[in-house]
Design a binder for this molecule. Structure first.
Ligand SMILES: [Zn+2]
Length: 434
């Protein structure tokens, strides 16, 4: 953009968390030139060149940190409990408009990069085009195009169904052609009505072909796994990220497998446990019915959901203890979890025993690494793009500071976030009895 390289912004920070894991720096400053970070350090060491016209942003009563990175979004979704099967029945036009609305919720709440995990057809590719054309605003987008599924498998309604290694390779090539940045695979069934969440979907030779073809083009892969055999198959195929990572047997039993967890940790595969999406179902049930009015069937479902959530927290705790690369990926707006609330997932990682600074990194630098954009974003360092946020409070002392985002900078520009009322309207509230 003409003239942008000569525009400097000096940002004063009461506290700076650069996202690299070191102790926060008091009275710091960040110098931005155009869209990228030029210098970072103690306030007295950082200044714009004397001749330059520099804008100053004074966040000396706030914490400045990297913009958040959400590794797992569903921008087509509503977060009001409707199933993916119901989303898929909507027109691409409606889904693209809803995605635009969700993209604003992401960006305005401080998420400056997302990785999209399951949109229908080309809806997100077209939304990204529209953002690039200046039609609307949104975070940086790392897109799969569509998830690759088996016939009847999880998210098969979104438009990329394949059978066998040959079709698997062909679909990867098709998605690359359309502009995909990574390949999402559903390695087990899921909430899709015609799928089997406790069974693997693809065979290992199919997964290997899909992952291998993605690697050939330099793309990362991520696999949805809601049962153990899917995790094992994905590791065999060399998949880079395990999503959900639910240790569950074909008969429905939860059974954490030490050997599989060790393999995950040794391989350095990233794990995205998606905890809050489970809690969201419980919250929605409490909110919709009130504890007393629950029917027997609803009560049973809630008990199952509570058990699934507690088990997932416990299994995530064991993964963290074993040194697995656990990161934040919200899975919103899937199910009852609306976009604009990624912090709840990071909160669940804290509940699973992740140290506070690691939790902050799980939604900044580690998340950026997990989705292959760490050379560009995820930390506040010279040479990186100026995606950062100002928050009230210190998120390492109290993660709730991440709800108190006062300013968002993306690409070196302050984002116009609209009214405080519209931002707080995206917040998913805790039910009174939780
Ligand atoms: Zn998902």
């Amino acid at each position: 953009m003409a003239g942008r390289l000569d525009s400097f912004t000096l940002i004063r920070a009461g506290l700076l968390i650069d996202g690299r894991g070191g102790p926060p720096l008091e009275r710091a400053a960040v110098l931005v030139r155009g869209s990228s970070i030029l210098a970072v350090g103690p306030e007295h060491e950082i200044a714009a060149p004397e001749s330059a016209h520099a804008q100053t942003l004074d966040f000396s009563d706030r914490t400045v940190m990297p913009g958040m990175v959400d590794c797992h979004t569903h921008h087509n979704g509503f977060g009001d409990g409707r199933a993916g099967d119901d989303l898929a029945a909507l027109s691409d036009e409606t889904l693209t408009l809803q995605s635009a609305r969700n993209a604003r919720a992401s960006l305005f709440t401080g998420v400056t990069t997302i990785r999209e995990n399951g949109p229908k057809n080309a809806t997100m590719l077209r939304l990204r085009d529209a953002v690039r054309q200046g039609v609307t605003v949104g975070p940086r987008m790392v897109l799969c195009g569509r998830p690759v599924s088996i016939i009847g498998g999880h998210m098969s309604y979104f438009g990329s169904v394949v059978t066998g290694p040959v079709e698997g390779r062909a679909m990867v090539r098709q998605l690359v052609k359309e502009g995909a940045d990574y390949i999402k695979i559903t390695a087990t069934g899921g909430s899709t009505r015609t799928s089997y969440p406790l069974l693997p979907s693809f065979d290992v030779d199919e997964l290997t072909a899909i992952a291998g073809e993605a690697r050939k083009f330099g793309l990362l892969t991520a696999a949805h796994c809601t049962s153990t055999q899917g995790i094992v198959n994905s590791l065999d195929a060399g998949v880079d990220m395990i999503i959900h990572c639910i240790f569950r047997e074909p008969d429905g039993r939860f059974d954490f497998k030490d050997d599989v967890a060790d393999r995950l940790a040794e391989r350095g595969a990233f794990v995205n446990p998606t905890l809050h999406v489970l809690r969201s179902r419980i919250w929605a049930a409490l909110r919709n019915h009130g504890e007393a009015a629950l029917t027997t069937a609803a009560r049973r479902r809630m008990d199952e959901d509570e058990r699934a959530f507690e088990t997932a927290i416990e299994h995530t705790r064991r993964l963290i203890e074993r040194g697995a690369n656990v990161i934040t990926g919200s899975d919103s707006s899937w199910g009852d979890y609306p976009l604009g609330n990624a912090v709840y997932e990071t909160e669940c990682l804290l509940m699973a025993g992740m140290p506070a600074m690691d939790a902050v990194m799980s939604v900044t630098s580690k998340a950026a690494k997990a989705i292959g954009v760490d050379e560009t974003v995820g930390s506040i360092e010279p040479g990186k793009e100026a995606d950062l946020i100002a928050v009230e409070g210190n998120p390492v002392e109290n993660l709730d500071a991440l709800w108190a985002v006062t300013d968002v900078m993306a690409d070196g520009r302050l984002v116009e976030r609209g009214s405080q009322e519209s931002i707080s309207a995206t917040r998913q509230l805790r039910p009174a009895s939780s």
